[in-house]
Design a protein around this ligand. Structure first.
Ligand code: ADP
Ligand code: MG
Length: 900
């Protein structure tokens, strides 16, 4: 027997590792009990279930079953019956020892966790036996408080007294409940109670006596035992609970026995289910004001479910001693079935036996967590003092001793509270949704405000800018007009002062070549500088606008249209800027023009104003070119400054004024051989031809024709002019022209083309010859001179072709009816005309095929005159030689008796 170890207190502590001190500690996580039997020593197959379903998954804390012994005072009957005998036990509470007297001279000593004398108050009993268990239950552990003992020793007194008449008499059930209710929170926690009795191996619901066969259900996974059929009553306050206990008590079957008429033979089981919500520190839900943590880790609420089981066992006395009869005997057997099964289980656990017969009775099945399980368990064994019951008392003490060896493994049952988590998340989500809606509204308002502000700013900038631009434009126009007016006035003044003839001499200034023109140039330069300054300002304004646009916050969809508007405004600005640039180029070209004119004037003055600027024989622009050669630097500088491309671009300007200036500049530039190639390369020729084709304006046509005439001095350009339909354009221009200057330019251009051997056929087929002859109608000497030059050039080429055998047959000039005009003007007063025609006649006369026509057209007389009177010796002898070489001419001369 295990109790032998403690017998007589001798050597009883040797080898015992169990500390004797009781622990009043309420901290269930640090127990003062040391495990005597390591959990691993239990065989997995037979050891009571070690549950591990706690959410934390932490290992349990070892917790031995604590056992206290309580001695009932002598009752009235004992006081009489045992008056002459001493009590069978002697208590040493300070040593936590109990001496069991065997006889007057022999006793056995036992140690318990607590030894409670007959004077121990109910309060002290509660604090020593039950309070640590209740506190564990509040912390989430399961707990058991069980009273074991012979009938009449005070089990019900200890556990179940209600203490209605005397509150100090309240038993463990009432006090436990008080403590639980005082510590739970009604908002988050819940407490419910089942009250059952186990009687003759059937479980009856004391809260619903009709329900008398409740079955035990075990979770196969966790081994958890539950009674789903039992009534669970939620308890909110002490009153509820007292009412509940009273109801249960009323239903409790109490069978009388000989030993104590009040004692019960059933096992009464009160189950208190505690459910508490707990939150880890890191899982605190963000407060409403803490907006920054909206997206923090969601809270992780946990729920701890624990169960306090209070068991008031039926009397432990042996059946033969109960004196029961009839069915009462059966009853006693059944009562003792559960009790003896409990005893066997505790023995097995105490001895670390391989097999624990938990399943032998309903009581052991119900208490499987209390002994060898995860619960904190306190057992109170009650004994009476009477020596007459020494046997029962001994067996009770030994039961207690064995129970002290049972080691439990305490574990918290904690699980995620998904319901509460979901509820909390829902609330949190709703809060976030509301907050989001609020913020969205604020955002929308802000976007609207920004849109409005942007709109206002854009329109304000537009207004300001349009105003400023218009002002600038007007100012420029005024200044431009002013300067033009001034220039014109000066020109008239000069004209009046000198009365010079001709286009160039009109501009001559008797005061000297420099002063007035220099002033003009200086003025234009000043204007130009002003323009440049204004352009800079406009550019700055544009940049400012751009940066303002850049600063405008992105205002969503509304902003898109704003940006479009601004872009439009910007495009307008760019257009305005282009216009300003054009105006600048015009001014520059005017300056260029003026520089040319100044050059001309200097030349005029240099030649005492006698030269005719455009009267050159070879080219209408020869004078200009000549002047250019003398003063190349300032012109070249201006040319470089403006840029050829820009000037050519201006040829297509919508402004007629600009166009004509541009053409003039191009014409002047084309007069210089060095520029011709560049102009053609840059597409200048094509542009000029386009102008000729598309503009009726004779001013433009005149200047364009002049430019083409200059370009037509170059053989390559002549071909290009032809290829691009230039001859036809020039013919049309000639036919419509009224101004002799226009005709002079066109005739000059065609005359240049006439000197190209390769172009003979095309020139004729495209009506060039006819156009040339047609221009003679105006009778203006300058024009006639160009016509004559053209005919001479053509005749020369034709003659060359005939000599080389490329051409045969009569002269095209004769075919096209040029002969009468040639004959008519052969003796023209103007020497340039006369000379060109004389040469033409000589060329024609060199070919016999033309002779007959020439004779009939009267050309022979002119040839004879040339051979006699021409001032130029070379032409005179050419004519003579030609006449003598031609048999037809000679025959005709013989017939007419003419000698050369
Ligand atoms: P059990 O439930 O073990 O059969 P009870 O609790 O019914 O025993 O007690 C039997 C009698 O003894 C009752 O009258 C009870 O009041 C009395 N009694 C039991 N324990 C004590 C005690 N510690 N002090 C005073 N009276 C007691
Ligand atoms: Mg009782």
């Amino acid at each position: 027997m295990a109790s032998n170890v403690y017998r007589n207190g001798t050597g009883s502590h040797k080898g015992a590792t169990r500390p004797l001190a009781a622990s009043n500690s309420s901290n269930v996580k640090s127990t003062s009990f040391k495990s005597r039997i390591p959990p691993s020593n239990h065989s997995p197959g037979s050891a009571p279930l070690r549950r591990s379903n706690s959410a934390g998954g932490s290992d349990g804390v070892p917790g031995r079953v604590r056992v206290a012994v309580r001695l009932r005072p002598r009752n009235a009957e004992e006081s009489v019956a045992d008056a002459d005998f001493a009590d069978c036990v002697e208590l040493q509470p300070e040593l936590k020892r109990l001496k069991l007297r065997k006889n007057n001279w022999d006793s056995e000593t036992y140690e318990f966790d607590e030894v409670l004398t007959e004077f121990a108050s109910q309060k002290r009993v509660y604090e020593v036996v039950a309070k640590p268990v209740v506190e564990s239950v509040l912390d989430g552990y399961n707990g058991t408080v069980m009273a074991y003992g012979q009938t009449g020793t005070g089990k019900t007194f200890t556990l179940g007294r209600l203490g209605e008449e005397d509150t100090s008499a309240r038993g463990i059930m009432v006090r436990s409940m008080e403590e639980i209710l005082a510590n739970v929170s009604p908002e988050t926690d819940s407490v419910s109670v089942s009250y059952l009795q186990l009687y003759m191996e059937s479980i009856q619901d004391l809260l619903d006596p009709a329900n008398d066969n409740i079955s035990i259900v075990e979770d196969p996974k966790t081994g958890d035992v539950s009674l789903p059929g039992a009534t669970h009553v939620e308890v909110r306050d002490e009153r509820d609970f007292m009412e509940l206990l009273r109801t249960g008590e009323a239903h409790r079957i109490a069978a009388n026995t000989k030993l104590n008429t009040e004692s019960s033979r059933s096992h009464a089981i009160l189950m208190v289910h505690v459910k508490r919500s707990v939150l880890g520190a890191e899982d605190v839900i963000p407060s409403e004001t803490d907006k920054s943590s909206h997206f923090a880790k969601p809270p992780k609420p946990l729920v701890r479910k624990s169960k306090l089981v209070l068991v008031d066992l039926a009397g432990s006395e042996r059946v033969h001693k109960s004196g029961s009869e009839g069915h009462m005997l059966e009853e006693a057997k059944s009562i003792n079935l559960s009790l003896s099964a409990l005893g066997k289980c505790i023995n097995a656990l105490a001895e670390n036996s391989a097999h624990v017969p938990v399943r032998d009775s309903k009581l052991t099945r119900l208490l499987r967590d209390s002994f060898g399980g995860t619960a904190r368990t306190s057992l109170i064994v009650t004994i009476g003092p009477s020596p007459r019951h020494r046997g029962e008392t001994t067996s009770t003490i030994l039961f207690g001793q064995r129970a002290m060896k049972v080691e439990n493994m305490l574990r918290i049952k904690e699980e995620f509270d998904y319901k509460s988590l979901s509820r909390k998340l829902e609330i949190h989500l709703d809060k976030l949704i509301a907050e989001n809606e609020r913020q969205q509204k604020v955002f929308d308002d802000e976007v609207e405000r920004i849109n409005l502000e942007a709109l206002n700013r854009v329109s304000e900038v537009e207004r300001n800018f349009a105003g400023a631009l218009e002002k600038e434009r007007l100012k420029c126009q005024m200044e431009y007009m002013e300067s033009v007016k001034k220039l014109e006035e000066k020109m008239i003044e000069n004209q009046q002062k000198h009365g010079c003839d001709g286009f160039m001499q009109d501009k001559c200034n008797g005061e000297g070549p420099g002063s007035s023109i220099v002033e003009d140039v200086a003025e234009v330069k000043k204007l130009l500088e002003k323009e440049i300054h204004m352009r800079k300002e406009a550019q700055e304004e544009v940049n400012k606008l751009k940066s303002q646009l850049g600063q405008c916050p992105d205002s969503g969809e509304g902003g898109g249209s704003e940006i479009l508007k601004l872009q439009k405004a910007l495009a307008d600005e760019v257009r305005q800027k282009k216009k300003l640039e054009e105006e600048m180029i015009i001014l520059r070209s005017q300056m260029l023009q003026l520089t040319f004119e100044a050059d001309q004037m200097r030349r005029c003055l240099g030649r005492n104003g006698s030269a005719n600027a455009y009267g050159g024989l070879d080219s209408p622009m020869s004078q200009v070119r000549g002047s250019l050669n003398g003063h190349k630097t300032p012109v070249a500088a201006l040319f470089e400054q403006v840029g050829l491309q820009k000037i050519l671009a201006l040829l297509e300007s919508e402004d007629a004024n600009v166009r004509i200036h541009a053409v003039k500049v191009v014409a002047n530039l084309a007069a210089e051989e060095a520029n011709q190639e560049r102009i053609v390369e840059a597409g200048g020729l094509t542009s000029l031809l386009v102008l000729l084709r598309s503009y009726e304006d004779e001013n433009i046509r005149r200047v364009v024709a002049g430019a083409i005439a200059n370009l037509a001095m170059n053989e390559t350009n002549q071909e290009l002019i032809m290829i691009q339909g230039g001859i036809n354009l020039l013919s049309v221009t000639a036919s419509r022209a009224e101004d002799p200057q226009t005709l002079r330019m066109v005739a000059g251009a065609i005359a240049n083309l006439c000197g190209n051997d390769k172009l003979q056929t095309k020139l004729r087929s495209e009506g060039g010859i006819k156009a040339l002859l047609g221009m003679a109608r105006c009778g203006q000497p300058d024009v006639l001179s160009q016509v004559a030059r053209g005919i001479a050039n053509f005749a020369k080429c034709e003659s060359r072709a005939s000599t080389n055998g490329i051409k045969s047959g009569r002269s095209v000039l004769i075919d096209d009816g040029a002969l009468p005009w040639i004959v008519q003007n052969a003796n023209n007063d103007s020497s340039p005309i006369r000379r060109h025609i004389e040469l033409a006649l000589c060329h024609l006369a060199q070919h016999e095929v033309n002779a007959k026509d020439m004779i009939s057209g009267g050309a022979l007389w002119e040839l004879v005159r040339i051979s006699r009177d021409c001032s130029r010796e070379d032409i005179r002898s050419l004519a003579r030689r030609t006449l003598n070489l031609s048999p037809i001419f000679r025959a005709e001369m013989r017939r007419l008796r003419i000698e050369v």
